[in-house]
Every structure is written in structure tokens, then in C-alpha cells.
Design a protein around this ligand. Structure first.
Ligand code: G3I
Length: 342
């Protein structure tokens, strides 16, 4: 009752947003609006060892994505030896907290097991290996995953297909085959193509739209497209993001923001935090404005656990909560954008 009441209260015009500041610690982004579902990537070792992190995920989010533990290198470290235990742990946590799980990711060119990347396999063997992996992993989590990132990052910036082990072994049709196998393994899961730098209307997102339209025309089971949303305030905001989401939705696809973060060149300043808040708010508004934008997932929600500093030297502070889990202006920008979505 209290939760519904607060959700309703929050939906009323802006001045009430002041109220939530005081309750930022007991009611979360998940309570503000019915759509989009709001989520985060989950670092499973932090979930196991950091109670503040664990409580924050339960409070704030109604969808979760495994940051690394459903990736091939983790689920099949040795050929034929599968280990889904960490993925199972996340599914149990999500179920206990009334959250849906986005599976990430079945087919990618990165974080592959060493036995696969250093092995000598024929193309036919690689096709059989990929098919078995999809049936094993999607089959294992059958009925427990809301949506899978079936194929991740298959395009170059110019819209050509990325040269990967899968393209070389199976040709461009590896993408269609992956979706067909994933659907057979779990007919319940929504199936997504996921990529970065798709936010703007341009060669890469044009190529992705052409691909998914072609798959749909061939009756290949595909439901949606994931826009990762890794932004940086040192780069212009992708102003065509909203129109881009709308055109994919108009083409008959669900859309999702799957890995949102907004990094900055350190040190942090109040001006940079204000710009970050605008970028996050604009992304959420773009999603909220498109009825088929079903989930908005952060790629980490606290600066204490973020991939950014490890990959971009001198950059960081990319998430809406700081290292001490205190809400930054970006947190309230997300909350405000959600409140207006209502
Ligand atoms: O598990 C090993 C651990 O045994 C070892 O001690 C440690 C020290 O090197 O490395 C650990 O592996 C790290 C792994 O994350 C798990 O923490 C890898 O070095 C590290 O490279 C890996 O980074 C992940 C990255 O994908 C790999 O590409 C990030 O956490 C993860 O946030 C990031 O996520 C990707 C999405 O999947 C796809 N889109 C882009 C996004 C950001 O790169």
C-alpha cells in the first residue's frame, strides 16, 4: 500500500520530487513508473560480498543483467564442462526480489573460452559448437530469462559486419541461425540483437535496422534491439536517439536501453555532474516516450563497481550513485524523467 501510494505521489508534478530526496534510501527507481522497467548490470562477487550493494539492487531495480557470469568464458571454461551456478544465483536473487532477468550474451566475439579461441576447429565443427552452446545455455535457463541478448556487437561503425570467429566460420547467416536455435531452446524468452554506438541514426544503426527487418521478413524469431547507451559527456549527446528508437519500434521491434552509463574525464566537477544528469535524463526521456521501449538498464549503478575506469584511463564516475552509494544529480534526473513518464 505505502509503495503504491508513494509511486502515485511521485507521478504528480515536479515539486513533489523534493519529497523523494528524503526517501532515496527506501524507495527506488523501480517504484516510480510502470514502464520502462529499470535495471542494472550485476557484479556477482560484489552481490555476494557487499550488503549495501545487494540491498540497493533489491530496492532500486525491477530487472537485472549479469555483467559477466552468463558469458561463454564463464559458463564453459573447459570444453564440455558447463557451470551455470553463478547465473543460477542471479536468477534466484531476481526471483526473490520480483525482478526479471535479461540474459547476456549467447553469441559474441569477446570473453570466449580459451579452448575455443586457441583451438583448431573446422567451420562445420564451430557451427556444431555454437549450436550446442546456445541450446545448452538458453535451454538451462529456459523459462527463467525475460530476454536474451542473442547476438552482441556484430557490426563495425561503418555498418559492415565485424570480422569474427563466427562470421569467418559460418558466414553472415550465423546471426539468423543463432536466433532460430535460441528460440528453439527457449520459446518463452524475448530475443534481442544488442550493440553499442547504435544510439544515433547513422550507418551502424541503419545496418542494424536493415538486418532485423530482413530477419523478420524471413520469419526468423527476433523480438527486439538493445541500444547499449555507453555515452561520455566529452562527446556530443546523440540527439537522434529518440527518433532512432521510434523507427525501430515502428518497424515492429521492442527496443531497450541495455547498458547505459555516462562517463567523464576525471576529476569530477559540479558542472560535469550536471551535464551527466542531462545525458541520463535525456536517455530515459527518449525511452519513456516510445511505448515499445520496455527496459532501461544501467551498466552499473554505483561508481564503486564500474567497468569504465579499467577501460578508459583517466575516466570514470559514469553511474548515478557515487562510490558511497549516495545519489548524484544523475539519479534525480533519471527519477524525474521516470516520474514524468508516469
Ligand atoms: O575473472 C577474471 C579474474 O579471474 C581475474 O582475476 C581478473 C583480473 O584480470 O579479471 C577477471 O576478468 C575480468 C572480467 O571482466 C570479470 O570481472 C576481465 O579482466 C575484464 O576484461 C572483464 O571486463 C568486462 C568486459 O565486458 C569485457 O569485455 C566488464 O566487467 C564488463 O562490464 C564489460 O561489459 C561489456 C558488455 O558485456 C558488452 N558491451 C560493452 C560492455 C563494456 O565493455
Amino acid at each position: 500500500m505505502l509503495r503504491t501510494l508513494l509511486a502515485v505521489l511521485v507521478a504528480v508534478p515536479t515539486m513533489l520530487v523534493v519529497v523523494p530526496a528524503a526517501t532515496a534510501n527506501d524507495h527506488g527507481l523501480r517504484d516510480v513508473a510502470k514502464r520502462p522497467l529499470v535495471g542494472t548490470a550485476v557484479d556477482m562477487s560484489a552481490l555476494a560480498n557487499d550488503p549495501t550493494y545487494k540491498a540497493a539492487i533489491a530496492r532500486e531495480f525491477n530487472t537485472v543483467t549479469p555483467e559477466n557470469v552468463m558469458k561463454w568464458e564463464t559458463v564453459e571454461p573447459q570444453q564440455g564442462l558447463t557451470d551455470f551456478s553463478q547465473g543460477d544465483a542471479l536468477v534466484r536473487f531476481a526471483r526473490a526480489n520480483h525482478q526479471v532477468v535479461r540474459g547476456h550474451t549467447l553469441v559474441w566475439h569477446s570473453q570466449l573460452p580459451a579452448w575455443l579461441t586457441s583451438g583448431t576447429f573446422t567451420n562445420r565443427e564451430l557451427e556444431a559448437i555454437l549450436r550446442r552452446h546456445i541450446f545448452e545455455e538458453a535451454g538451462h535457463f529456459r523459462g527463467r530469462i525475460y530476454a536474451w541478448d542473442v547476438v552482441n556487437e556484430a557490426f563495425n561503425e561503418d555498418g559492415t559486419l565485424r570480422d569474427t570467429i563466427w562470421l569467418r566460420a559460418l558466414g553472415p547467416d550465423y546471426i539468423a541461425k543463432a536466433f532460430i536455435w535460441a528460440h528453439k531452446a527457449d520459446p518463452h524468452a524475448k530475443l534481442y540483437y544488442n550493440d553499442y554506438n547504435l544510439e544515433s541514426i547513422g550507418p551502424k544503426s541503419d545496418a542494424a535496422l536493415a538486418l532485423v527487418r530482413q530477419l523478420k521478413a524471413r520469419h526468423v524469431p527476433i523480438d527486439g534491439v538493445g541500444f547499449q547507451g555507453h555515452l561520455g559527456i566529452q562527446y556530443p549527446y546523440p540527439d537522434t536517439f529518440g527518433d532512432n528508437l521510434e523507427r525501430f519500434a515502428a518497424a515492429g521491434f521492442d527496443v531497450a536501453i541495455t547498458e547505459a552509463d555516462v562517463r567523464m574525464v576525471l576529476p569530477v566537477t559540479p558542472e560535469k555532474l550536471a551535464t551527466q544528469a542531462t545525458y541520463f535524463g535525456d536517455m530515459m526521456r527518449s525511452c519513456a516516450a516510445v511505448r515499445r521501449c520496455v527496459t532501461f538498464t544501467l551498466w552499473g549503478f554505483t561508481d564503486k563497481y564500474s567497468w569504465v575506469p579499467g577501460f578508459f584511463a583517466g575516466e570514470g564516475a559514469a553511474t548515478p550513485l557515487d562510490e558511497a552509494f549516495h545519489p548524484k544529480p544523475a539519479y534525480f534526473a533519471l527519477r524525474d524523467a521516470l516520474a514524468r513518464a508516469g
